[in-house]
Design a protein. Sequence first.
Lengths: 127, 192
Amino acid sequence: MHDPAEPLIRRALRRRPPPRLGPAFAEEVLRRLVADQQRAVPRGRAAARRGLAVATWLLAGVASVAVLAHVEWSTGPRALAWGLALVAVPLAYSATLWPGRFLALLALCGGPLPGGASEQPPGARTR
Amino acid sequence: MGAPPGASDEAIVSGYRATRDPDLFRVLVERHQDRVLRLVASILGPFADRDAEEVTQEVFVRVHERLDTFRGESRFSTWLHRLAYNRAVELRRRARLRFAHVPCEDLAAAPAPEGPHEAALESERERAVARLVEELPDVYRAVLHLHYWMDQSVEEIAGTLDVPAGTVKSYLARARARLRERARARGIQGLE
């Protein structure tokens, strides 16, 4: 059934000119597809790296448990060894995932040790 | 290589799947780009034509990614339009969260074109109706644009929205009814 409002709605909407695409639109789409495919390759590399990190983490975990289960220590050293293992395993994991940050953390921890980075008074100039 | 003239979209899709010849995909893009742009632009609304071009490009990238999932149960154009529609609606909803709403009174304050009294009145009425359309919920605004701006038939719209044709007819009727209600509330004539 014809609605008397239709002509006005049609005219109202047609006031807006149809948008136009640039002449090279299809070309740009194809270029973007190629760029996306090239980006997908490093993504595969990142997945392999993550897999390696998980494998390292699992290996370190299993090795720690195997060693700790066979060591006959008294309660104190045993607790210390477990504590160390619990710290070492996540560290091994992060070291493989973010080697740069891991080295930075080591440098930060090593700062206060003898031979580490010396503390300078504020305003001291380095050459 | 490229597609033989007159080859159907579905034939080109299967050709592209088999050969990965970029020229075949280019044919698909060139055939549908203007329609997809208008569809996207109709959902995003006026003043977003630059975004519409960007979204259209994104739609074709998505089509390329999902081409292997196209089973041929519907026409390629229907599948493509549905994908474009869903993406545009998603973006419009997100944009609504990002951008402040422009009050209708501010839009109404825009100067009307000069000219004979009747023509100016008519022009102002059309502009007012276009503004009212923009205030409608997504689905009503979309069906109105698809039908009256893009000249799509009820069946084509049904394919795009993935609903029965009867539902589209009812959306159209309800959209016009809502327009009429709002027009009456604001004293805009011509929709009765």
